[in-house]
Design a protein around this ligand. Structure first.
Ligand code: ATP
Length: 660
């Protein structure tokens, strides 16, 4: 287009503008559709075409707020600088506005900027179309597209000497965030300025996208870091070159490193060449619950269990692995909690007013504070396990597990692996990855070896070795595992007599019997009868729905005269059964099970065949065993008897035969 052509077009537009301002009629489309639409909006809003923009004030508050909160201004600065360098001396200024047309930044020669101030082109003034009519900035915001407004295309006459090119800036989500514009004197304008704005805005939008993606990554990284930091498990991210790229605080702790120390280290160096983790990195196969042992800087063994999961990239290649590690102690603690290996009784739960037993409790409390092995002797049901639990809870080992082993109940060929654990492939049927034994599981706590008198003689040397050396070696393994445990054993047998009979080793007897407690039978502490009866009535009243509140003198007489071979457990069972049978508020002899009644006592339900206590008990146990599918722990728990007692009763009543 030649100068004269441009001039002629300018004249035509001027005429059209004058007519439109007077009549509101836009006859032939000498202006673009965008400008035509804008003129109409201005006309309808009664914007004064002859106004001097004196109503426009700098809104410094809005400007300040925008600048403080907006790194948009900072992100665009280098681009505005570039354009300014390009148009320097051309009579144009570069302008950045927000999405409402508020001028945030102007770049330009001081003289031009000063001149532009006369038409309110300065930071803090809003160039919205509703303020100053058709203009490149305001109209670009409404039309949401790049456009150029020249001279008389402006709605207000005061702007007829200028030319503006503006392009909208959208963020990555497609929202308008601002406008980049080049404004100057009309006669110096150039057709290419609009193209320049569009290109610059494209670059700004790319920069915004990049920044947003980066901010997202930083935020995700921050979240991941926080999550890793709060985990009690150790977590490591290892790249394909085997370098530890991230390790959390727990991971450093488990590996004996200072926080942050593991970062950047070679996994092979930290875990050893033969570790499954190094293999997982090579072959891309993850693994679960593998045990590892390393030596700390101080030479202490660090034992932990680990899981690994490879990270596979889009091309199917291994780009690294995520490894989680957990101290064996904490794994065992968790296992113990799940299997219920926790001691629930305390000395306060032992109901007694008997002086002899009170003195024994005092002695047991003193013993609890030592680290020596304790042997508890007493007939069945006298409270040996209750004492063992109370000692554990009163001792330094109380935070650790309480593991019970019934030495008489484990099949002979399994005792060794149950006590000491086994390694992978130790025998046919051994679990992959091996299994820890009860001594390992009890580490840091107490091991209660019930029915120690029934421990097979051929296994006694191995137990003696563990007690002497305080370390175990798994069956089929060679690694020595140190264990810090308190050993409490118990038996209803006369252990010394067992030694003399040749069933029990004397050296093991001495080892176990460093401290000992002999619990009295119930028949020898009849003064405890009333408090125990009261206690058990209270314990079972709700469960049985019974209204019993007192015990008749005749019933007490029976209790005092009975010899209680099953001791407190038997009393507990008798009260529970009696509460089921009783209807009123008093426990009478007829509510009691047959076997505890003296021979002269009146018979219940004459004519009907009576079951003996033992038959009755055998039947109840048999039914419970069937109900719980012969799961000994569940059955014992449900019958509220010890596992050892259950085993003994199964043997005594020959209940195994009912299986075949
Ligand atoms: N003094 C007591 N106060 C309250 N309950 C008691 C007391 N003594 C024992 N018991 C209860 O009697 C039952 C048997 O106790 P425990 O299992 O400790 O006996 P035990 O001697 O270990 O038996 P076993 O040799 O048969 O394993 C438990 O239910 C326990 O709660």
């Amino acid at each position: 287009m030649t100068g004269s052509l441009l001039e002629r077009r300018a004249i035509r537009i001027k005429q059209a503008w004058e007519k439109f301002i007077k009549t509101g009629i836009l006859e032939n489309y000498v202006v673009s559709l965008s400008i035509g639409r804008s003129w109409k909006r201005c006309f309808e809003k009664n914007i004064n075409p002859y106004g001097h923009l004196e109503h426009l004030n700098v809104n410094s508050g809005a400007l300040c707020k925008q600048k403080v909160n907006n790194n948009f201004v900072l992100s665009t600065a280098p681009f505005m600088d570039n354009i300014y360098n390009f148009v320097k001396g051309s009579g144009f200024i570069v302008i950045l506005t927000n999405n409402e047309g508020l001028i945030l930044k102007t770049y330009g020669d001081p003289v031009i900027r000063q001149k532009m101030r006369s038409i309110s082109m300065e930071e803090g003034i809003c160039w919205a179309e509703s303020n100053i009519g058709t203009n490149a900035i305001g109209t670009c915001i409404i039309e949401k597209k790049a456009l150029q407004v020249n001279a008389t295309e402006h709605y207000c006459k005061i702007l007829h000497d200028i030319s503006g090119s503006a392009a909208p800036i959208f963020n990555p989500r497609g929202n308008l965030v601002g406008v980049l514009a080049l404004i100057g004197i009309y006669r110096d304008s150039h057709l290419h300025t609009l193209g320049m704005m569009v290109a610059a805005v494209k670059a700004i939008e790319n920069q915004l996208s990049y920044q947003e993606a980066q901010a997202g990554l930083i935020e995700a990284n921050k979240y991941a870091g926080t999550i890793m930091g709060t985990m009690s498990e150790g977590v490591l991210l290892i790249n394909r070159e085997g370098i530890i790229k991230q390790i959390n605080k727990a991971g450093c702790g488990i590996l004996g490193l200072r926080p942050g120390e593991g970062h950047g280290r070679s996994a092979q160096k930290v875990f050893g060449e033969n570790s499954p983790l190094v293999a997982a990195l090579k072959d891309g196969a993850g693994y679960n619950e593998r045990e590892m042992t390393l030596n700390s800087k101080e030479g202490e063994p660090l034992r932990f269990s680990s899981n690994a999961m490879p990270i596979i990239d889009e091309s199917g290649e291994i780009s690294g692995i995520v490894v989680t590690i957990r101290e064996i102690k904490s794994v065992h603690r968790l296992v113990n909690r799940i299997v219920g290996a926790e001691a629930s009784f305390n000395f306060e739960n032992i109901i007694t007013g008997n002086n002899k037993l009170l003195a024994i409790i005092d002695k047991a409390k003193r013993m609890a504070k030592s680290h020596s092995n304790i042997l508890i002797l007493g007939e069945s049901g006298t409270g040996k396990e209750m004492f063992a639990q109370s000692i554990h809870n009163y001792s330094e080992y109380s935070q650790g597990p309480f593991i019970v082993i019934n030495c008489g109940a484990i099949p002979r060929d399994l005792v060794e692996s149950e006590l000491f654990g086994y390694e992978d492939g130790a025998f046919t049927g051994a679990k992959k990855g091996g299994r820890p034994g009860k001594f390992e599981l009890a580490n840091g706590g107490t091991i209660f070896m019930d029915e120690i008198g029934d421990l097979p003689i051929e296994l006694q040397p191995a137990l003696l070795r563990v007690l002497q050396q305080r370390q175990v070696t798994r069956v089929g393994g060679s690694k020595v595992i140190p264990v810090n445990i308190r050993v409490i054993s118990a038996t209803h047998k006369d252990l010394y007599q067992e030694v003399q009979k040749g069933n029990f080793r004397l050296d093991l007897f001495y080892r176990l019997n460093v401290l000992n407690i002999k619990l009295p039978n119930l028949r020898d502490r009849k003064d405890d009868m009333a408090p125990l009866v009261d206690y058990f009535i209270g314990k079972f009243r709700i469960r049985t729905g019974s209204g019993v509140e007192k015990v008749s003198p005749k019933t007490y007489e029976i209790f005092y005269n009975y010899h209680w071979p099953g001791n407190i457990r038997e009393l507990e069972n008798v009260i529970e059964q009696a509460l089921h049978a009783a209807r009123g508020d008093t426990l009478e002899p007829e509510h009691l099970p047959e076997n505890i009644l003296p021979k002269t006592a009146p018979q219940k339900e004459a004519g009907k065949e009576q079951m003996s206590y033992s038959d009755h008990e055998a039947q109840i146990i048999k039914e419970a065993l069937v109900k719980f599918n012969w799961n000994i722990s569940l059955t014992a728990k449900n019958l509220r008897i010890g596992r050892s007692t259950l085993y003994r009763k199964i043997k005594a009543y020959n209940l195994m035969s009912s299986l075949f």
